[in-house]
Design a protein around this ligand. Structure first.
Ligand code: ADP
Length: 429
């Protein structure tokens, strides 16, 4: 088991690592495929802003009586831009910034376009201050002659926007990676839980069943040997005694095999919601009661059946006849096995929605600490007593399984030395 779980966790670790790598690669591809379009979109947006400032400045120059440089200065200050008015020959006529360059602008790409009557764009490092600028120039009319109006903006702002975008993408990428790896890890551990529990239950069951089977088989082999020896010695009384014990051991073996087969049948059946048979509990209880009457009377117990079902109505539950019989037989068997004096009373009632079956005895009772555990497979309060009585320790687990297949519940009330009451409630079909 240790080796198996180690191998499983190694396998899981490799799968988790592979998953993380795939998520990382996909997220990186996704982010980098976005970076190009996003930086382009940012630059486009800035060009649009510059263009609209240039158009507005051109209109303002035309309309204002103030000196050109003052008009440009006012617009540039409010927009934190540099605006230059350039004449047809490329000389600077007015500049928003006083320390602006005064060199001839005729060869600047954006100015060339604007003087040619088109909007011009460019992005380059300025020869004057060494800062990278984004330039937009539009054609305009200066003192009756055509010229160009240029707006420029340092790209540091655009770079800051891009840097913010990179960091946000990186943070989102890391968060997505953590989240997906965490989710994968959780789902791996959760998914493996029930499997290992199931695995453990199965191993426990096989160990318990083998142990239970080994005892009567060993007993039978020993008794066969004893019978042979007693027979060789001509001891008829001993042969008879051993033969009776052999009979008891083989009966035990038989009931164990029957219970194991019942258990695998009940557990292997489909859930009732997926279309199971139904049966009339009234008939099943009546038949089982009659089957057990002789045993109860031979023990000197009061044995009664009380039916509280409206006249003419049946008590149909979602159980096959075989399963319902198994349920009732096991409860009656136990009540008669663990009761030496007093009574075993059976009561079946229906309220139109559910049937309630109660089996109440005045037997040895079950200690509070064992009351939940008696429904586990192979659990017995008193192993020797149960074995002596031919019990297998599987009866109540079969009962609980059957009840849950029928969509019902089972309750137990018990007081040591006073008796036990098992109450089964099953919904009517
Ligand atoms: P078993 O075959 O041993 O009776 P069950 O699964 O039917 O196995 O019951 C489990 C244990 O619960 C029994 O061994 C017994 O100790 C206890 N038990 C079940 N029914 C009763 C009862 N009516 N009165 C007292 N003890 C009971």
């Amino acid at each position: 088991m240790g080796g198996l779980s180690k191998a499983t966790s190694g396998w899981r670790g490799r799968l988790l690592f592979g998953y993380a790598v795939v998520v990382m690669v996909l997220a990186a591809v996704w982010t980098f495929s976005l970076l190009g379009p996003v930086s382009q979109a940012l630059e486009d947006r800035q060009r649009e802003v510059l263009l609209s400032v240039a158009n507005a400045a051109s209109v303002a120059l035309d309309a204002s009586d103030l000196p050109d440089s003052e008009v440009l200065d006012r617009i540039a200050t409010s927009e934190r831009l540099r605006i230059t008015l350039i004449s047809r020959d490329g000389s600077v006529l007015a500049e928003s910034s006083e320390d602006g360059e005064m060199a001839n602008h005729a060869d600047r790409p954006e100015v060339v376009s604007a003087l040619g009557g088109e909007t011009g764009f460019d992005r380059r490092v300025s020869e004057t201050d060494g800062v990278e600028y984004l330039y937009v120039a539009v054609p305009c009319v200066v003192e009756g002659r055509s010229g160009a109006l240029r707006v420029s903006m340092p790209v540091t702002q655009a770079n800051a926007d891009m840097r913010r975008f990179y960091w946000t993408s990186f943070a989102l990428l890391a968060a997505a990676l953590l989240l997906s790896v965490g989710t994968a890890w959780l789902s791996f551990t959760r998914a493996s839980e029930p499997v290992s529990r199931l695995e453990r239950m199965r191993t426990d069951f096989v160990a318990n069943a083998s142990h239970e089977l080994k005892t009567p088989v060993a007993g039978i082999r020993l008794l066969t040997e004893s019978i042979r020896q007693a027979s060789d010695m001509g001891d008829a009384a001993a042969v008879d005694e051993f033969a009776q014990r052999l009979d008891r051991e083989s009966l035990r073996l038989q009931s164990l095999v029957t219970d194991l087969m019942d258990l695998s049948r009940v557990e292997g059946e489909l859930h009732p919601a997926m279309g199971a048979e139904s049966c009339d509990l009234l008939t099943v209880v009546g038949t089982s009661f009659e089957t057990h009457r002789h045993r109860a009377l031979s023990k000197g117990l009061a044995f009664t059946l009380d039916e509280d079902v409206p006249d003419g109505e049946s008590c149909r539950v979602r159980l096959s006849v075989a399963n319902a019989t198994l349920l009732v037989d096991n409860l009656l068997d136990n009540a008669l096995t663990y009761t030496e004096k007093g009574s075993v009373r059976v009561r079946l009632a229906s309220d139109g929605a559910a049937a309630t079956l109660e089996v109440a005895d005045t037997g040895i009772g079950i200690p509070p600490a064992d009351q939940d555990r008696v429904f586990e497979r192979f659990y017995r309060v008193d192993t020797a007593r149960s074995r002596e009585a031919g019990g297998t320790g599987l009866g109540l687990s079969l009962v609980r399984n059957t009840v849950s297949r029928g969509g019902g519940t089972i309750e137990l009330e018990s007081t040591v030395g006073k008796g036990s009451t098992f109450r089964v409630t099953l919904p009517l079909t």
